[in-house]
Each structure stands twice: as structure tokens, then as C-alpha cells.
Design a protein. Structure first.
Length: 461
């Protein structure tokens, strides 16, 4: 009897025509705080960014449902368009429903979005952000009835607001319109089957935390999270693998510009001029000396030209850093390497970086590392080749990795060059550094297996 009833409905309504939207609430990727930018060509869990840039926004503001929503305007006033192709049945009617609001952070007050089914414009919707806020976005629901002409139909949303604060979408759904069946004169008694017994609940297995290793930083190159194409913002309290954002906002930047190592780096200034501070606690040995090293540059997209920051070891300031972006570009950031000798006073030591640049284009960091310092082994010849040749202030040492000890004036800039096989070159620039101490030690990482390698230090300024 139950089977006959199902068959009757199947004959009446035809094949299933669900046309479900994937990720209509923009809840994937999970855990975005405060937002993540996607650029043209990116696949955004079900959606494709057709042109411009868009942003999935987390708990930074109120969502219509769940915790995340989508700003159709991304960065640099690059208005976005997204689409999703849905499985449909030709001739079937569908209802499209979604929530619309606007980014209240900036003008224009009227946000405009166009909605398309295939290539047909359904509407140009307007939303007024006047009086709205992060905690009261004023979400409005809209719905349209459409007809599928093929087995695949494209739903598209296009921003019409020239600003980096655009229209905002959430809770996008599609469902087939169905006919109401006429009840039979003598309706059969249908006894539905019992629901299956759910399996016993098993809590997820959470792996134990991996303790940090002495003298080793986690994610010093900001390569995690992986695959960031433009940039991703992290707000105060956010867990940025290995690091803690203590205040303000910061951004991990992907292939948008040149990294010092790998493909990603960190801008210490995030959004809305909320200059950032980050720190990481490293496991150390009390009394042990460590070499802290990192690469430093500046976001070349905007002023001021001089990007400044401070670096701390525990509560002790190591230096006031500055970098002039004049003449530098996204393809040539001009990364400068710094190195400091520090001593641990306990089993845990904190390295902190704090921006002092009031702008949303701030100082940038990469290749942060800390290594324990061992006693430099004596040279079997009693001195370095460089020193015996009368080159004051430069000392070459060889251990697990080669190093140069440079003695000079604090603030002087040097270029380190090396050549393999012959003093006649060719010479390759491997680092640019600024002396932070009168005696500065630079290590060549990683160690080389080259039988003959030569080094020299060139005073730049």
C-alpha cells in the first residue's frame, strides 16, 4: 500500500527537481574572522567569482542566518559578480529566495545588486544602509519564481555599487514549485515505516596538542592557512596558526605581492587603520642565548612611505624598525633582514611585533625564526681568510652553516653576496640587512654542500 502511494505521486510530479544551492549561507570556509577576500576565478565552495573581488564576512557583523555572509564588493572598489550552476529539469518552475543587506561601514548609503537567472535580469534591487549597524543589518528577504529551460541553470548576483562597501547576501536557496495533489475520495490509511535507530553518539577524536620545540617558531613564514590568493584578515583574539593577534587587525597576504620566502607574508596593519600586534610564545631554556631573525618590508599600496614597528623579546624592546617603501612595488618589496641576539630568562619566551604605522597599509613581516646560539668553533687556521687579508669588521666562520660576523655602526645597511667556485664570480645577492648591533652575525641558511663558496659584505649606506 505504501509503495503504491509513492508510485502515484511519482507519476503526478515526475522526476525530482531539487536544484539545491550549495553554500547558500556562505558558511564555508569555516571560522572566518573577520573576513576573507576571494578574487576573480576563485571557487568559493559552490560559487565562482566571475569578476572583481568579494569577501566572506564572519562575526564582524550580523548574518541573516548562521555566522557568515558575503559582501559583493571586495577590495580597491573592485565590485564583484558571483554565480552558481544548478541542476534543473526543463520546464520546471523554481522559487529563488535570499536575504539582502548592505555593508554599513561606508558609502554610498544605497547599495545596488542585480539578480540574473541564466542571462535574464530578474531585478536590480536597492538597499538603504541609513541607520543600520554591524549589530542591526536590517536584512530583507526577496524571492522570485523562474522556469528552467535546460538541465543546468545559472544563478548570478552582480554588484552595482562602486565602493569597497557593497551589497551583502546571505541565506540563498532554491526550491521547485510543486502542484498540490487532489486528495482521493477514500484516502488509504498509510502506515509509515519506523525511522531507523540512530547509531550511538561517539564524540569526535581531537588530537592532543603538539608541544612546541625549543628554539623553533611555528608558522614563521605565514604559510598557514594555505592557499590565500589575495589576503585574509585576522582580528583581535583570532588564532593565526602559531600566533595570537593581541590587538587590532592583521592580514596574511598571498601571491598578491612578493614574499621574502614561500608565497605568503604578513601585513601588520589590517582593515580600517586598526594597526596590529602579534606575538608567539616559544619554548626556551633559561640562560640560553638565541638568534631571532626575520625579514621586514612595507605595504607599497599606500602611505605613509615610512613604515614603522617595534619588536619585543618578552617585555624588552629590541628595536624600533622602519622601512621606506619609496621605489618599491608588489614585485619588489625590498625585504630587509634583521637579526638579534637574545637571552631566555625562563622556559617560555614571548616574541612580539607591534605596528606603529597609522594606516591600513602597514609594515610587513616574513621568515621569522629563532635558533639557539652555540659557541662558534675556532677556525683551524687561527683566523678567517677575510681578516687575514686585512678586511676590517668582517669575519667568516664555518660550522654547521657558514656565517659572517660584521662589525660596524648601528643602522648601517649591508648587502651580503656569495659566489660558488671562484672569487671572480658571478656574485649573487643573498641578503640585505641593517646592523642592529655593533657586532652582527649573519647565518647562511640552509647549509651548503658546495666545496668552495665565497662570501663578501658590501656597505650600501
Amino acid at each position: 500500500l505504501w509503495g503504491a502511494t509513492v508510485l502515484g505521486f511519482g507519476l503526478l510530479f515526475g522526476q525530482p527537481a531539487n536544484a539545491q544551492v550549495t553554500n547558500g549561507g556562505f558558511e564555508r570556509p569555516f571560522g572566518i574572522n573577520p573576513y576573507h577576500v576571494f578574487v576573480a576565478g576563485d571557487v568559493l565552495s559552490g560559487w565562482v567569482v566571475e569578476r572583481g573581488t568579494v569577501e566572506i564576512v564572519g562575526t564582524y557583523w550580523q548574518a541573516a542566518e548562521g555566522t557568515q555572509s558575503l559582501d559583493l564588493n571586495g577590495i580597491w572598489e573592485d565590485t564583484g559578480t558571483i554565480y552558481q550552476d544548478l541542476h534543473t529539469v526543463p520546464g520546471q518552475e523554481y522559487q529563488i529566495r535570499f536575504a539582502l543587506a548592505g555593508n554599513p561601514e561606508g558609502g554610498p548609503a544605497i547599495k545596488v545588486v542585480k539578480v540574473f537567472w541564466e542571462n535574464n535580469e530578474l531585478a536590480a534591487l536597492r538597499f538603504d544602509t541609513t541607520g543600520r549597524s554591524f549589530t542591526d543589518m536590517g536584512w530583507q528577504y526577496h524571492q522570485f519564481t523562474v522556469i528552467a529551460t535546460g538541465d543546468s541553470s545559472r544563478l548570478r548576483f552582480q554588484s552595482g555599487s562602486p565602493s569597497f562597501c557593497g551589497p551583502v547576501l546571505d541565506d540563498i536557496t532554491t526550491s521547485p514549485e510543486t502542484l498540490t495533489p487532489v486528495p482521493p475520495t477514500n484516502p488509504p490509511v498509510i502506515i509509515p515505516p519506523l525511522p531507523p535507530i540512530p547509531p550511538p553518539y561517539e564524540p569526535p577524536q581531537v588530537p592532543p596538542p603538539v608541544p612546541s620545540q625549543p628554539g623553533v617558531f611555528t608558522n614563521g613564514g605565514f604559510e598557514q592557512p594555505e592557499g590565500i590568493s589575495s589576503y585574509r584578515v585576522f582580528g583581535t583574539g583570532a588564532s593565526l596558526p602559531g600566533w595570537v593577534v593581541e590587538r587590532g587587525t592583521v592580514e596574511i597576504v598571498g601571491s598578491y605581492w612578493q614574499a621574502a620566502e614561500g608565497t605568503q607574508s604578513l601585513d601588520l596593519n589590517g582593515i580600517f587603520e586598526e594597526i596590529g600586534t602579534i606575538y608567539q610564545d616559544a619554548t626556551t631554556v633559561a640562560g640560553q642565548q638565541y638568534r631571532v631573525s626575520f625579514a621586514y618590508a612595507g605595504n607599497p599600496d599606500g602611505g605613509p612611505n615610512l613604515k614603522t614597528a617595534m619588536v619585543f623579546w618578552n617585555e624588552t624592546k629590541l628595536a624600533d624598525l622602519s622601512f621606506d617603501i619609496t621605489g618599491h612595488t608588489r614585485e619588489d618589496l625590498g625585504w630587509t633582514n634583521y637579526s638579534f641576539l637574545v637571552t631566555a630568562t625562563g622556559t617560555v619566551s614571548r616574541l612580539r611585533f607591534q605596528s606603529t604605522t597609522t594606516s591600513f597599509c602597514g609594515p610587513t613581516l616574513d621568515a621569522i625564526n629563532i635558533q639557539p646560539v652555540s659557541a662558534e668553533p675556532p677556525n683551524p687556521d687561527g683566523d678567517s681568510v677575510a681578516k687575514r687579508k686585512g678586511l676590517p669588521g668582517i669575519h667568516l666562520g664555518v660550522g654547521k652553516t657558514p656565517w659572517l660576523t660584521i662589525q660596524g655602526t648601528v643602522g648601517s645597511e649591508y648587502r651580503i653576496e656569495r659566489a660558488d667556485g671562484s672569487l671572480s664570480g658571478p656574485w649573487e645577492t643573498v641578503a640585505t640587512l641593517v646592523l642592529t648591533e655593533t657586532t652582527y652575525v649573519w647565518h647562511d641558511q640552509p647549509a651548503t654542500n658546495t666545496s668552495h663558496r665565497f662570501y663578501r659584505s658590501v656597505l650600501v649606506k
